[in-house]
Each structure stands twice: as structure tokens, then as C-alpha cells.
Design a protein around this ligand. Sequence first.
Ligand SMILES: Cc1cc2nc3c(=O)[nH]c(=O)nc-3n(C[C@H](O)[C@H](O)[C@H](O)COP(=O)(O)OP(=O)(O)OC[C@H]3O[C@@H](n4cnc5c(N)ncnc54)[C@H](O)[C@@H]3O)c2cc1C
Length: 322
Amino acid sequence: MTAGEQTLERAAEVPAYRGHQVEVLRTVRLSPSFVRVTFGGEDLAGFADQGFDQRIKAILPLPDGSITPLGDGGDWYQRWRALPDELRNPIRTYTARAVRPELRELDIDFVLHGESGPASRWATHVTPGDRIVVVGPNAAHPGPLGGQEWAPPAGATHLLLAGDETAVPAIAAIVESLAGSVRATALLEVPEAADALPLDVRPGVDVTWLPREGARHGDLLIPAVRDVLSTLTAQGGTVAGEPVPSAPASVTPLEDVDIDEEILWEVPQAPEVSGGDGLYAWLAGEAGVVKLLRRHLVQEAGIDRSSVAFMGYWRLGRSESA
Ligand SMILES: Cc1cc2nc3c(=O)[nH]c(=O)nc-3n(C[C@H](O)[C@H](O)[C@H](O)COP(=O)(O)OP(=O)(O)OC[C@H]3O[C@@H](n4cnc5c(N)ncnc54)[C@H](O)[C@@H]3O)c2cc1C
């Protein structure tokens, strides 16, 4: 067997994502809408620290506090789906805000939006010692681990990140790790002014918090994104001296996404990601808002879709399990 074949065989045996048994070590109420939960456990020694917008799954307890075992394999999802309703734990998607494998620690920042969803309810009442399972990237896997969408092309000269409170952990992790001199603008819509969290960013990274204070989701974010784009294009159709990547003149009309039926998740993958200079945008949050932003960027502003990641993180009035 060649070395390449051995790696493939190992990749099939050692899954890219697996369940990690974790226990709540401590919680910090960061602001009215955010609680940071720090998890610990020996299992986290093998949790890969990839940074950026690392997606994970939280497997939450059933009403009696139990978590049905799903095994260590990569087939955890199929096993979960095959369980009878009464044994199937709620699963919700979150972001690894920080990973410290050497300390066997993981931080997740939960938005507290009331008692209507199992994850927000759990995070509202969480106490040290509570246990869940986090499905996340497995450092032992020999191939790519995935679960990240942040992929600016090397030639990007301006980065635009925009999202609501559910995207704050991802945007915060991204902007805090930006290296080099590329300019970045982050627009973060949050429920109230006290949810503006301190972020450790370098010069050239502009962070603007947009407190809704009772307004609807998107009411502040959408005009703020429009303003940034029009400022950039008013600078002679350039971003930081480079052209805004515009769609080819013969671009096909933007197909509609029915966000009540399907997830809005339109992310250019390398090598699709535009290798051109100029703007790269990453947009996440409530699906209806992201859909409006998508229309604005692609149809009205004519920005090339291969330069923008659009992600519906949640849907107003719909549970993630629906
Ligand atoms: C890749 C990815 C990363 C994410 N990262 C994070 C993260 O780091 N932190 C985080 O808090 N969320 C994050 N989210 C969003 C999170 O998965 C959803 O908010 C999820 O619906 C919460 O589950 P729940 O059990 O609380 O509510 P659900 O059972 O899913 O929904 C119950 C009700 O609550 C509403 N609802 C859900 N979320 C919100 C909200 N934020 N505000 C108001 N109403 C809401 C729903 O519309 C529904 O009516 C992420 C989502 C994705 C796809």
C-alpha cells in the first residue's frame, strides 16, 4: 500500500468531526445577551484549533438530563437520526469562540434569546458541572477538517464582515486573528448597546456595533452594509485603491432562495473564490436579513458572488430542528 493509500485508509477510520464529552467549567455573563460557557474535559485534547468561524454542533441534554450515546465514529449523525424521538437529543449549531487544547478548554458564546429554544434555555440555566457533547473538528484526522467558511482570496484588499448577534462569535474570532495590513470593516448588529463587546483588533480593522434597541432584525445592518458599499464604490469604484469585483455584464439573474424550505448558504469554495483583488465579504445572521443583503450586493450593487459568503445562521420563527 502506498503512503497516499495509507493516509486515505486512516482518513476513513479517523473521522474529521467527532463527539467530545465536555463539562461546564465556568460561565461569564459577557453582556445582557451573551453568556460565555467554558467547557473542559480530557476529550478536548484532540479538539482541533482551526480558529476563524469554526462550526460545531452542541448535543444538548433531554429533559431528564441524559445524552444518548452516539459513539466516537463519523457516523454520529446517522445514528442520531435513527434514534426514536424520546431518545433523540436536541442538536444546535454554534461557533468555537476559542479553543485551548493544551488546557483542554473550549469557549462557546451563546446568545440568550429566551426559553423558546433548547439551546438558549440550556445556556440561560447552565451551571458548572453540567455536561453536553460537542461535535467538532478532530485533530487526529489526517485530511482537511472543514467546518469553516472564511476563505478570502490572497489578493483581497478590503474585507467586509457583517452579521447579527449569532455571528458575533465568528466575526470576533476572525477579526481578532487578522494578520497583515488588509483593511477590514466589521458591522455587528446586536440587541442593545451593552452587547458591544471589547475586541482586540489591530489598526486598519474597523468595528462598528449596531444596537437594535427594539428595532427589527436587519433594520440597522442592511443600511449599514449599503452605506459601506456605497462609500467604497464612491471612491471611484474601488476598494482601497482596487476595483470592487463586479459581476460580468451577462450575469444570469439571481435565483430566489425559499428560506422557508431551504437553508440560505451560498459560499464560494476555493478555487471558486475570486482570485481578484478588491472586496471579499462574509455575511451571516437571520436568513431573511441575509437574503435581503444578498439581493442588494448581487443584484443592486452588482458584486461578483464569488467574492461573497452568504450564510443564514437561523430563521426567525423557526427552530433549527424544523
Ligand atoms: C454556523 C453557525 C454558527 C452559529 N454560531 C452561533 C454562536 O456562536 N452563538 C449563538 O448564540 N448562535 C449561533 N448560531 C445560531 C444558533 O444556531 C441559532 O440561534 C439556534 O436556532 C439556537 O437554537 P435554540 O435551541 O436556542 O433555538 P431554536 O429551537 O433553534 O429556535 C426556537 C425559536 O427561537 C428563535 N431563535 C433562534 N435563535 C434566535 C436568536 N439568536 N434570537 C432570537 N430568536 C432566535 C427561532 O426563530 C425559533 O422561533 C450559529 C448558527 C450557525 C448555522
